[in-house]
Design a protein around this ligand. Structure first.
Ligand code: ZN
Length: 226
């Protein structure tokens, strides 16, 4: 049995976490060139974990590796966002159609608990992180309840949450939309509880498209105009 070398694994993970945070928080700007040697020197590690981390960031769409040109922080355009959210909507609507029939009492209870967490006021960065985690989890519970593994894989490959985080990180109006979001989530959960597929799909479509429109508007904000 081949076991991974632990110290190396940890270095890759650590470099990955630092770079991911820098990109999501706009410490590194879209289009900025990543120099492997400089990053390794700055972080005090060898080239291998930096290359590994960059590879992983590229898989997630945060970094673009352009042959013969270099490695860059991926840009995030209105078109990227539009395409991502249209696919997200199709996948999540399909997921709720099945989840309406499949979700069990435990799943519904979990959703109600998450709604409670999401109702808490968001004042600090910690609140915000907790809110985003609960939001992600709510969508994940529904995807899991669909029982469709391929759908779940396609959804996770979209990396919609990373794109959302990149925009939220430099956006001012995020918290003002929490009320819309809460009402939409409530309606989705109520639809699932009523086992009403048409109602739940409608609520999910409204939720995802409203989020898309708001993110597109936020992308046009000066702080994001790079
Ligand atoms: Zn949501």
């Amino acid at each position: 049995m081949d076991l991974p070398k632990l110290h190396r694994e940890r270095a890759v993970d650590a470099v990955y976490a630092v770079l991911r945070q820098a990109i999501v928080s706009h410490g590194m700007k879209p289009g900025e060139r990543l120099n492997v040697d400089e990053l390794a020197a700055q972080l005090g590690v060898s080239l291998t974990p930096v290359r590994g981390a960059i590879q992983q960031l590229a898989t997630e769409g945060l970094v673009e590796i352009r042959p013969r040109s270099g490695t860059f922080v991926a840009s995030l355009t209105a078109q990227d966002l539009d395409e991502t959210f249209r696919i997200r909507c199709a996948l999540e609507c399909l997921a709720v159609e099945d989840a309406v029939h499949n979700i069990d009492v435990g799943g519904l209870r979990k959703l109600r608990d998450l709604l409670k967490t999401l109702r808490k006021p968001v004042k600090s960065d910690d609140d915000r992180q907790m809110h985003e985690r609960a939001n992600l989890e709510l969508h994940q519970v529904i995807l899991d309840a669909s029982g469709n593994r391929r759908l779940q894989e396609m959804y996770s490959a979209l990396n919609a949450h990373i794109k959302i985080a990149r925009i939220h990180a430099s956006e001012s109006g995020w918290a003002t939309r929490l009320q819309d979001e809460q009402l939409e989530h409530e309606e989705i959960v109520a639809g699932l509880e009523a086992r009403d597929a048409a109602r739940t799909v409608k609520a999910m479509r409204k939720h995802v498209y409203r989020a898309k429109d708001d993110l597109l508007a936020a992308l046009e904000e000066p702080a994001n105009a790079e």
